[in-house]
Design a binder for this molecule. Structure first.
Ligand SMILES: Nc1ncnc2c1ncn2[C@@H]1O[C@H](COP(=O)(O)OP(=O)(O)OP(=O)(O)O)[C@@H](O)[C@H]1O
Ligand SMILES: [Mg+2]
Length: 792
């Protein structure tokens, strides 16, 4: 096999070498144990088949894992290639690698520190041909999956009423996470139920389409690896022999498929499966760390029983508890403990800290989501003028929709921020187009990507032509791409036929060069296909931004190649398909991080804001109907609270705009669970009636004026939808670039009224004015877009 995927250097050779126990002997160097408390130390030095570390948030679980890995390397008990460490996000993996590097030098190269998904992609790519796939398989993301299911539903028509793409895809996902395939599921289902029967047919079609397209969905990555190991014992044996030490972080969030994978990998290796083995090998040693109070992925099939049953499942397992928290102040910890104490059915933990009480938690109730956001911004200004840097601060929310008000206020206040996850770069239409070109080149069998770009930019290949191509492909049992090549055999107009031939030739040209530089390839594809030209010539101002985004993608591919010399298109696509939400985190940038509570797992910040602590948001409305839903939401709140080291802010609003409607909000039940003496509740600037400017501001931001005079207890009826002309005016087109401002100038701000400029810093589009307002105090404003006018 060629080393197209760069796998051969990854240690399968290493295991042929003699045992790595070297001249340095087997005691762990003292510097690796320094600064660890006794149970942490014990966890690092323990040797045995299975070790479980259960402990509350911030007690050093991840730190212990890192030191354990470093210990295994330093004592030469293991080659780097014999270690498999599983983290929850790629970001966490990168962080862990960095920490291990810091502890043991460059030794971690060749070691697998990966997420479940990325470890499985590696294995599947390596073994694909063993079970009838091509190495170049595509990974379908949730958008692709839904598009495919939507098409299948449409094709099958009326007999499956009641099935939606979203519903079907999450049901298939759940089943796959439970390690079901279509047939095993069929045996447990009640097929007299027409809906179930229809679902089953749809699932069957779906899987068939995936196979035809040489594609996997995300859940397949793990379940197919498990099936592969079960079906091919000699393949499983290679990996069992290779990975002698397996370590898993955030174990409470593993689902059945992931659990099965761990079981497979930790089985003993027998000479029957690997004849060149000198003697049978015992199973790998397994270390898992977790906290059942932080289990927040039940909706994806995570099962806390994986933790509670660990000792039963893994014979000879040892359990170590950690109780000292090194992250948060006592006030924050007390709040966390009190909240989680309301969940039944849990093993109580005594988490303590010796870092002192610290500041009280700050609470705030805004009139609206916008007002709440203003509070967040004001506090951030306060914290940073006290010496904290932006990157020490994070703002959490339950749903992505909540970012709108936050982002707007942060922009206006000139606070640099970064949204982690949400509408991601890779979700934008133009980026999906460009990626579709790349995927089509890499995997010519994939019709989904090919369909996406077939007529983008427009080249006269309409739906009828596409249908003709597809019919030809079906008839001859060839791929859509093959059909394009044989377009002469299909009765089509000469112009269309020529366009199809050109496109096929362009794609084939690059498909035949799998080792090409992805950056060069992308640039050439976009230019020769006419994609960039079409954006460049367009009169739509949005297209300028789209062009920038596409160019940004070219820059990303270049950067990829720089960091991975020789990295191929497949390598690039593998990386990008796996970019998880938390992975975009960039600590260097000095930006406030905005993210959902789910994304925040495992991370820590000096100061944390948890926003929207309201019924229907936290706990989320959907969770109320599900058994165990509110308890899971409480764990999510617990995860949020325990991310904070020094300062914690919790906030809510009296009214909340959602789905274009403004409705009264009710404080979350979780708020009452925090002991009152721990919270310093701040009141909004005006508790009776907001200033006219404020009311106006609300109206201008599509929240009707009425919302500002509505109290909690007796909400007045609120208008259903904002007037049309106010909808979507969030970022009003405004450009003050030319506005000259100097210290001493008087200005009027749409929300804050009159104020005096204290200082002007920055240049160009990033000029910032610091202004002292009579009622609102000191504010930092981005001059270019702030709603201000200069007073004479
Ligand atoms: N013995 C120790 N001495 C000093 N600091 C420590 C010690 N153990 C852990 N820490 C620090 O405490 C913080 C929390 O540790 P870590 O992230 O490993 O906790 P965790 O248990 O994995 O938390 P979570 O449950 O949130 O994932 C980190 O900043 C870590 O460096
Ligand atoms: Mg951790």
């Amino acid at each position: 096999m060629s080393d197209l995927w760069g796998l051969n250097d990854e240690g399968f050779g290493d295991v042929q070498r003699p045992s790595p126990i070297g001249p340095r002997g087997d005691t762990i160097p003292e510097e690796l144990l320094e600064g660890l408390n006794p149970p942490q130390r014990e966890a690092v030095v323990h040797r045995g088949p299975a070790l479980l570390i259960v402990a509350g948030a911030g007690s050093g679980k991840t730190r212990v894992l890192t030191h354990r890995i470093a210990g295994l390397l330093a004592t030469r008990e293991a080659w780097p290639s014999q270690i498999l460490a599983i983290t929850f996000t790629n970001k966490a993996a990168a962080e862990m690698r960095e920490r291990v590097d810091r502890l043991v030098g460059e030794e971690s190269r060749g070691m697998w520190i990966r997420t479940f998904h990325s470890a499985c992609v590696r294995i599947l790519r390596r073994e694909a041909e063993e079970f009838g796939f091509k190495q170049s398989f595509t990974i379908y993301d949730s958008g692709d999956v839904r598009a495919l299911i939507k098409r299948l539903i449409k094709e099958r028509g009326a007999d499956i009423q009641g099935l939606t793409p979203g519903g079907v895809s999450s049901r298939i996902s759940m089943a796959k996470n439970e390690l079901h395939d279509v047939d095993s599921w069929a045996r447990t289902a009640n097929l007299d139920n027409p809906l179930d029967a229809a679902f089953l047919e749809l699932w069957r079609d779906y899987d068939r389409e995936l196979r035809r397209a040489n594609a996997f969905d995300f859940d397949d990555l793990i379940s197919q690896t498990v099936f592969l190991f079960r079906a091919f014992p000699h393949v499983a044996a290679q990996y069992r022999k290779r990975f002698r030490h397996i370590l898993v972080d955030e174990y409470q969030d593993t689902n059945a498929a992931q659990y099965a994978l761990i079981r497979e990998l930790t089985q003993p290796v027998s000479r029957t499966d690997l004849p060149d083995l000198r003697a049978d090998l015992p199973g790998a040693s397994l270390t898992v760390v977790g906290d059942s109070d932080q289990s927040i992925y039940a909706f994806r099939g995570a099962d806390i029983r994986n933790i509670t049953d660990f000792e039963r499942d893994f014979a000879g397992a040892r359990t170590i508890l950690l109780e000292q928290n090194y992250r948060s102040t006592q006030n924050i910890l007390s709040a966390a403990n009190a909240v989680i104490g309301n969940n039944f059915d849990r093993r109580a933990k005594r988490l303590w800290t010796d870092s002192g009480d610290g500041e009280k938690i700050v609470g705030y109730t805004g009139y609206s989501g916008y007002d709440e956001a203003q509070f967040v911004a004001d506090e951030i200004v306060e914290l940073t003028s006290g010496g904290m840097s932006y990157s020490d601060i994070a703002v959490f929310y339950r749903t992505n929709a909540q970012t709108r008000a936050l982002e707007e206020v942060l922009i206006r206040t000139a606070i640099p921020y970064k949204v982690i996850g949400g509408t991601k770069f890779y979700d934008r239409a133009e980026i999906k187009d460009a990626m579709a070109y790349l995927i089509t080149v890499a995997n010519p069998a994939d019709p989904l990507s090919l369909r996406r770009i077939m007529n983008v930019p427009k080249r006269g290949i309409g739906p009828a032509t596409e249908a003709a191509l597809q019919a030809f492909a079906d008839e001859h049992e060839i791929t859509l791409r093959d059909a394009m090549r044989r377009v002469d055999e299909i009765a089509l107009g000469p112009k269309v036929a020529a366009a199809i031939k050109d496109l096929a030739a362009l794609l084939d040209h690059w498909s035949s060069q799998p080792e090409a530089d992805p950056g060069e390839l992308l640039r050439d594809l976009l230019s020769r296909s006419g994609y960039t030209d079409q954006l460049r010539r367009s009169l739509d101002p949005q297209d300028a931004a789209r062009l920038e985004n596409v160019e940004e993608l070219v820059a990303v591919t270049r950067e990829f190649r720089r960091q991975n010399p020789g990295g191929t298109l497949i390598d690039f696509l593998t990386e990008t398909a796996l970019v998880a939400a938390a992975d975009e985190l960039d600590d260097s940038g000095g930006q406030v991080s905005l993210m959902t509570l789910h994304t925040a797992k495992g991370l820590e910040f000096e100061a944390v804001f948890i926003t929207g602590v309201e019924e229907d948001l936290l706990p989320h409305r959907i969770s109320a109907q599900e058994p165990g839903g509110p308890a899971e939401e409480r764990r999510l709140f617990y995860v949020g609270i325990t991310r904070a080291r020094q300062r914690l802010h919790i906030s809510l609003a009296m009214t909340r705009a959602q789905f274009g409607e403004v409705s009264p909000a009710v404080p979350s039940r979780f708020l009452e669970e925090i002991p009152a003496e721990l919270v310093d509740w701040r009141t909004p600037p005006s508790t009776v009636r907001p200033s006219p400017q404020r009311a106006l501001a609300g109206r201008w931001r599509d929240e009707p004026r009425e919302s500002f005079v509505t109290g909690f207890r007796e909400p007045k009826a609120l208008p259903k939808a904002p007037p049309k002309q106010f909808a979507n005016t969030i970022t009003e087109v405004r450009d003050n670039s030319g506005l000259e401002l100097a210290p001493g100038d008087r200005i009027r701000h749409k929300d804050f009224g009159e104020g005096r400029v204290q200082a002007v810093t920055g240049a160009g589009a990033k000029r910032i004015a610091e202004v002292l307002f009579g009622s609102a105090g000191r504010k930092r404003l981005l001059i270019k877009i702030a709603p201000i006018e200069k007073l004479g």
